[in-house]
Design a protein around this ligand. Structure first.
Ligand SMILES: [Zn+2]
Length: 484
């Protein structure tokens, strides 16, 4: 009962040693869309994002800037918060792995897992990429370099504590079998399962070569491996009294490069700690920029200011989720964004709102019996279908459907020649149709939708769709999307 009508969505916690860019924005907007949607449906929603602040990489970068790690990370957090504000992202908590409650919690868990006998001391030797904060095996390397960063990789040998990952191989395989949606989209599943079947090695989970991390409670010379620290943010954020009901997470949204950490390490840590496992991990693809991977080292980073500058926050949000299916890779180009801004947002949605509001200002509206309303034929289907698509993370298809409905409304204006007939009843129906499209679009483009709702005098909520539109005096809408 306690878990009824709750929805908990998370983004990865980001490394703050970089300004937020399109890759961070992509996951965080997706979480925002889902959070808005489930709030709409009356769910109790918890939307968590934040930053991953420990590790050697941060310690090194801070040193270069002549700052302590803490001062350094403190100086970077506002950049993330400002960026999320520009994109209208309404998260409930911005967690930092340096937050006191999180640090305390991770130590408690470590002690628990240690007492259980799942952590032991040994030596670790391997190839370590500081950028990834991850060890690689000889097999993973590409010409002696990190497979992700293509940079030279160092071989490390150090005393380390190990987590008995191998012990969880069969339980993980059993869990994947019993929870076929856990790894989503389904095309990402086989790779993980096959690798787990090949066998799991115990995982080094501590470092003694640097200090910037959470000390192991049973050996203060060591700090915990960043992934053990980072992954637990999802759970520690729910340890507040009024947040406990949100665990297990309904979905962890991540990029496809961190699937392994989230679908193998994370559930294994939780199994060891005796904590219920999350329901789903959904991994999206990568954006390329004119067909090349977006990366800082190659100088192809689209930061949030640039993204928003092209055509505004709503157009950016719209483009990212309309252009490619969520889950797959896509290519970003300014031209493609501008094209969708002009052809879809301005010409279709903007035009409809502008024409109907202008005609309604001139002729007024007259209520039509709700049962007989023509656009209503579409309404029930559109709401049901869009709802299903959003809940399956098929955002592009949901937007496609809403825009097909907008096309129908534009066609209506054309077919009925309303500028000649001045039919108040037809205008009422069109305004009702606009209300529907606006309400369904709100999770995607909230700012614009709020402007439309003011023009036509309706509230943005799903329950509003069950009532007839109130007839008010309408003034022609200002331009919603200026063409570029
Ligand atoms: Zn790397």
């Amino acid at each position: 009962m306690a878990n009824k009508n709750k929805f908990y969505v998370t983004t990865p916690i980001y490394y703050p040693n970089d300004i937020p860019h399109i890759g961070h924005a992509y996951t965080t907007i997706a979480a925002d869309i889902l959070a808005r949607w489930y709030r709409f449906k009356g769910y109790d929603v918890f939307f968590l994002t934040g930053t991953d602040e420990h590790g050697k990489k941060i310690e090194n970068t801070a040193k270069k800037h002549n700052k302590t790690p803490r001062e350094f990370v403190d100086s970077l957090i506002p950049k993330f918060k400002e960026a999320w504000k520009k994109l209208n992202l309404n998260y409930d908590r911005f967690i930092r792995t340096t937050d006191k409650d999180h640090e305390k919690f991770v130590q408690e868990i470590l002690q628990k897992v240690y007492d259980k006998g799942d952590i032991y001391k040994g030596h670790y030797e391997g190839y370590y990429c500081t950028e990834c904060e991850a060890y690689y095996t000889e097999k993973d390397l590409e010409n002696g370099c990190c497979p992700v960063h293509k940079t030279k990789i160092e071989k490390l040998k150090e005393e380390s504590y190990f987590f008995k990952l191998s012990k969880y191989q069969n339980r993980l395989l059993e869990f994947y079998r019993e929870n076929p949606d856990f790894i989503s989209p389904s095309y990402r599943k086989d790779e993980v399962i096959n690798r787990v079947k090949e066998g799991l090695k115990d995982l080094s989970i501590s470092r003694s070569s640097f200090k910037w991390g959470i000390p192991l409670p049973f050996d203060k010379k060591h700090v915990v491996y960043v992934w053990f620290d980072a992954l637990f943010n999802y759970y520690s954020a729910t340890r507040d009294k009024n947040k406990e009901k949100f665990w297990p997470a309904d979905v962890h949204l991540i990029g496809k490069d961190i699937v392994w950490f989230h679908t193998v390490y994370w559930p294994a840590f939780l199994l060891s700690a005796g904590i219920e496992l999350p329901k789903r991990v959904f991994a999206h693809g990568w954006w390329t920029f004119n067909k090349e991977k977006i990366s800082k080292s190659k100088g192809k980073v689209i930061n949030i200011d640039e993204l928003v500058r092209i055509a505004g926050s709503d157009s950016a949000r719209y483009f990212l989720f309309r252009h490619i299916p969520f889950g797959e890779d896509g290519d970003f180009s300014e031209n493609a964004l501008v094209e969708r801004h002009n052809n879809e947002l301005a010409n279709k949605l903007g035009n409809l709102v502008s024409r109907v509001s202008a005609l309604a200002e001139k002729y007024g509206l007259k209520e039509v019996n709700f049962k007989k309303i023509n656009v209503d034929i579409h309404i029930s289907n559109v709401v049901r279908d869009v709802s299903e698509l959003i809940e399956r993370f098929e955002f592009d298809k949901a937007l496609n459907l809403i825009f097909a409905f907008i096309d129908t409304l534009n066609q209506w204006v054309q077919d009925k020649k309303i500028w000649e007939t001045g039919s108040k009843e037809d205008l009422f129906e069109l305004a009702t149709g606009i209300r529907l499209a606006t309400i369904l679009l709100w999770p995607f483009i909230p700012e614009t939708c709020e402007r439309i709702s003011k023009t036509f005098g309706f509230k943005i909520s799903l329950s509003e769709l069950e009532k007839p539109l109130k007839v008010i005096k309408i003034k022609k809408s200002e331009i919603l999307f200026k063409k570029i």
